[in-house]
Ligand binder design. Sequence first.
Ligand SMILES: Cc1ncc(COP(=O)(O)O)c(C=O)c1O
Length: 404
Amino acid sequence: MPITPTREVLAAQRLDNVRYAIRDLASVADEVKRQGHEVLYLNVGDPNIFDFKTPPHLIEAVYEAMRDGKNGYGPSSGLPEALEAIRGEAARKGISTVQDAFVTSGASEAVDICLTALINPGEHILTPRPDYPLYSAVLGKLGMAVTPYDLNEDDSWQPDLIDIQHKINSRTRAIVLINPNNPTGAVCSQRMLEQLAELARRNNLVIFADEIYDKLILDETEQEHISIAAIAPDVPVVTFGGLSKNYLAPGWRIGWGVVSGDTVAVKPYVEGIHRLLRARLCANHPAQYAIKPALDGPQDHLVEVRNNLRARRDLTVKWCNSTPRLSCVSPRGAFYAFPRIDITEGDDVFVKELCRAKHVLVVHGSGFGQKAGTRHFRIVFLPDEPTLTKAYQSIGEFIQTRYP
Ligand SMILES: Cc1ncc(COP(=O)(O)O)c(C=O)c1O
């Protein structure tokens, strides 16, 4: 055989902007593991790695579906009984103008499909900064620039309305709202939701409402989570949800989208979404049998989950606020804290060196985007209190030694 020189196979240039810091750090952790150390992973929001278990009645439902032969392809938009349960859940959340619902491979696929179905070259979508990096990764994949709006740390990480107003122009098609928020743990007030809805209404924007953590509100006195789609029945909203967080089954890859708003206004967009849904055949078929029992069945597990998370959140915030160089807005939902760290070197260096020295893996704030000149890191406070206490002691020692 003739010998031809090997030519490098280059990835598409539009992928240059596709980053996923949460998993990109794995190479540092692997290096530490190869040296024989055990790494404590506080980087991935997977409750099942720690002491949270998928409710048994959901496992039974999927097992039964597989045993009963539901192993072929399912309908592209999702199982009818699952869709009915998702619509029922939307109604309980006060969303009165549901026009469509569909099941996807995790909320991640719903986000990918809904952004792809909306945006044309030259248009843009406003995404929060700091941001759950899926949104910028999808926009990067589409070859689109990211237009971030700030979350204001001085206002408990609420969206900065003035910054949003400045960034809206005639090419703005949508705004992403992650509520409860990853990475900050912030929950939007009703007043904030009303103001955001009004901005969307006045500027013809679609709202992408990522509410994947809506049942993980941690404040004791907090009322139920408020959906922006319930506040703005006339505005086109896609609300994202799923089984990954509230129902502790991230590996099943079951999520969904609910489109609400005016029937006529959203019709062409819904048709576009369904074209993409059909092209990828269907979401995991047997796992969809857990959706109805999850949403309509007992919610008992949530009491324990929230109690555990509350205690772990309190421990985290107390530690942050009593550690030199750290400060932290108390998270009110989800299971993330986003402390600010007062250092001069980059937070990416801090995170890598912390992992090498103390074998604790957190994610650098710059991996989520953050205001220029600020430094943060994200902690996943899912582990039990003894584990967190040990991790925080190690991080504290590291900070003291590296930044005396
Ligand atoms: C804000 C947010 N949206 C979406 C997702 C992805 O969810 P899924 O597992 O359903 O794809 C995550 C996962 O961490 C998330 O934090």
